[in-house]
Design a protein around this ligand. Structure first.
Ligand code: PLP
Length: 393
């Protein structure tokens, strides 16, 4: 590419942190308020009132100041005891990192790997749990969407597998990549602990974890011995002085931002939001499909019905993905996600989560196609044309 076309508003198309709406940025841009009364208490109340609806639960919500890893640690430390056996279902990278944390923190960890490029098999889970006749497995941990492979697990089917085995393990699901983008019904699907974070589909800067717990998880909490004071759910009582929710000073700016993001989600409506993500993701998938060639562009997630609506991971075969990302960023102002878990020169990721609309997605796809064309990459056909056809339906 001869010309530099990057001056203008940059588009971040990495799978988190994602594009933050101006409304959220404006809400955060304010002087520090009193933390004992006034606007902040109103905003905290509105966030606590709004968060259960995001996952459709009547359970309780906890908001650790931290990233997704903080939410992982809060979930483990509040519900489990040293030496407990946990079964981790991995379908890419992220559940495996959670497993490493669990092991470090004193749990006895067993990882079940999905076949590469596929979701975890409910039947394999059922079989493993049936074999655990003494119910030694205390918890099953998994992700809704793995952000490395962009594979989506069938969470209700995994729940059915646990029930079919008649197993009492807690079921904890990391929805960090999918929350606010894809349908998730915590109570109806039988999830005991749900984990998310502020910076992906939730349209708020990184810095807040989100953890929802149902009655069963709160009961397990009573006897959990991994509990520590900072993360402790009991200590973070909603009934105590309000600052106890955060075990110290509240994350003021983030709370104003999150309250605004929640208001935007409610205004859009959950069904409309999930549908928007699905249709835009269909556009991305149509483009990748059109570009694909043997030995060139292709999907990392092998099954159509297991491809996430919030992120798409792409293999590039013989095409240099490092150069592709460089051209997109430096010449066109679009930042693509680094491929992780595999060779970074042979894969990349497109985030399509949260505050994204048709021009954002078409701009990203058009920029990718422009870069690929300038690199002389082998392409099946025009991805942009395929995406516009998909979106126009
Ligand atoms: C991003 C992500 C994480 C890690 O979140 P951090 O905020 O970086 O700690 C964990 N799990 C999934 C599925 C993710 O997408």
């Amino acid at each position: 590419m001869k010309h530099n076309l990057s001056q203008g508003r940059e588009i971040v198309a990495i799978p988190g942190p994602s594009i933050i709406p101006d409304r959220v940025l404006s809400a955060m841009h304010r002087a520090m308020p009193d933390i004992y009364e006034g606007d902040l208490t109103t905003v905290i109340d509105s966030v606590w009132a709004g968060l259960p609806e995001v996952v459709q639960t009547s359970g309780r919500v906890f908001v650790p100041i931290g990233n997704g890893h903080a939410a992982w640690e809060m979930a483990l430390s509040n519900t489990l005891s040293r030496g407990d056996h946990v079964l981790v279902l991995n379908c890419g990278r992220f559940a495996a990192i959670w497993a490493e944390m669990a092991e470090f923190n004193g749990l006895n960890v067993e990882v079940m790997e999905a076949e590469e490029g596929f979701a975890n098999e409910p039947s394999a889970l059922e079989e493993r749990l049936r074999a655990d006749v003494n119910h030694e497995i205390a918890a099953v941990l998994t992700v809704h969407v793995d952000t490395a492979t962009s594979v989506r697990n069938d969470v209700p089917a995994l729940r059915k597998a646990i029930d079919a085995a008649g197993h009492p393990a807690l079921f904890m699901v990391d929805c960090i990549a999918s929350m606010g983008c894809e349908r998730f019904e915590m109570d109806a699907w039988g999830i005991d602990v749900t984990i998310a974070a502020s910076q992906k589909g939730m349209m708020t800067p990184p810095g807040l974890g989100l953890v929802w717990a149902n009655e069963k998880a709160l009961a397990a909490h009573e006897s959990a011995d991994l509990r520590t004071r900072y993360w402790d759910w009991t200590y973070r009582s909603e009934d105590g002085p309000y600052y106890l929710r955060f075990c110290g000073t509240p994350p003021v700016s983030h709370l104003f931002g999150l309250a605004e993001a929640l208001a935007m989600m409610v205004e859009e409506g959950w069904e409309a939001r999930w549908e928007r993500h699905r249709v835009l993701a269909d556009g991305v998938r149509a483009a990748v499909d059109a570009w694909s060639t043997p030995g060139g562009i292709g999907f990392i997630a092998q099954r159509e019905d297991q491809r996430s609506d919030s992120v798409t991971s792409v293999t590039t075969g013989s095409i240099d993905a490092v150069e592709l990302r460089r051209l997109c960023r430096q010449q066109m102002g679009v930042t693509l996600g680094l491929g992780i878990g595999s060779d970074e020169s042979a894969s990349f990721r497109i985030g399509h989560m949260g505050h994204v609309n048709a021009p954002a997605i078409l701009g990203v796809l058009g920029s990718i196609e422009t870069a690929l064309t300038s690199m002389g990459a082998p392409l099946g056909s025009s991805g942009v044309q395929a995406a516009t056809a998909a979106l126009s339906q």
